[in-house]
Design a protein around this ligand. Sequence first.
Ligand code: NAP
Length: 448
Amino acid sequence: MLRVAVVGSGPSGVYTAQALVQQDRVPDVRVDVLDRLPCPYGLVRYGVAPDHEKIKSLQGNLRTVLEDEHVRFLGNVEVGARGLTPARLLEMYHAVVYCVGAARDRHLGVPGEDLVGSRSATEFVSWYSAHPDAAGNGFALGARSAVVIGVGNVAVDVTRILARGADELRPTDVPQDALAALERSGVREVHMVGRRGPGQARFTTKELRELGSLPGASVSVDPADLALDPAFADPSGLPAVNRRNLEVVRGWAAAPETERERRIRLRFFLRPVEFLGEAGRVAGVRFERTEPDGAGGVRGTGVYEDVAAQLVLRAVGYQGVPMPGLPFDESRGTVPHQEGRVLRDGAASPGEYVAGWIKRGPTGVIGTNRPCAKETATSLLADAPTLERREAAADPVAALRDLGQEPVAWPGWLAIERAEADLGRSLGRHTVKIPDWPGLRAAAREAG
Ligand code: NAP
């Protein structure tokens, strides 16, 4: 039997487990999928927006893998805490695959970024996704104008949630407190701002188009912003997705504006240089107008524009977090690897692997994790004859308990699911997520 621990139960972790057990090269591979949270699915549960039911339904596929007889989910296990170092974990298993994602949000490094009212999009996403670490860290949403910095899919998600009416979110599993705050929200204008042009924006076309289909919000684009993009006149050199994005944006710029309760303003060629404050709170963002530098980037023009906002969310990408005891490349924010094998001082470290964002950086959609996980699993399976010679604990759960970890196994997670369904019923809604640690732990305990 080859015992493997996969650390992280998001898409990359679950796809890795699947690739390890659904193969006929190495018989009898047993995989424990560990997660710091008592709930599985990583960013599919705690990152995919609640109104994206179709993407959320991927949980069904991930669930099938976690219920495979050769796979075991062990939540509430924190690698890097209570003596469970990577070295200790590697004594318990023949191999360990780290699929821990990129948990930190990036900063802009401009003055005023830490004013009250300026937060990361990640915090906002965690809050409306009921991440237990976000409990008590709410958003008052008294603002009338919000600025979202960045034009990737996370920026689109948070812009859309701010621009949607609470009634549209009630049928989702958004936690009750967040729903109540969104119901009271005074936000009427959301400016989503890119430092480069629409031809270089990172959002995907389907996500972009969705902004134009919100019943309570209009979308406006300033034609003067578009005119700065050379691709606007000749998009032939752009990749297909960017060409399609440009078409959508061009359509909005040409359309007469409709009168709606809320307005989304898409802006381009503006880079944030300072957050403006008033009595310690953010009151706006000063942007410098940029222009294309001819090499895909932009340069400043020395012309500035202030946009008033009482809420600013920066959605400028994620970053990997170093795990003590594992090598880390600070410049890339990833663990150095070769085809998924962790490299220590340039040489493959026996039994240690990575997959997902901690391996390749925070890019790509959920499906991108499939080939990435497959590559890592292929390396691990090729190494199996050597790995099997390593020692492994006969009972890893007992070894984890000895360290003071309290694993929540699959029945515990199923009990959390039932408690969330009950909570939804009691509120006259469908399933509603439990947003805090005590609530999740109490629900898991119901499984005995
Ligand atoms: P992203 O796609 O990398 O976009 C980051 C944005 O921030 C870019 O517009 C970038 O501009 C901008 N930015 C970075 N540094 C900046 C700075 N100093 N000043 C101003 N702007 C700055 O990151 P993301 O939106 O966090 O998404 C991460 C990944 O998750 C992506 O692969 C995304 O597709 C995926 N995702 C997918 C979905 C979905 O499929 N529905 C939803 C959410 C996330 P530049 O391009 O100029 O650097």
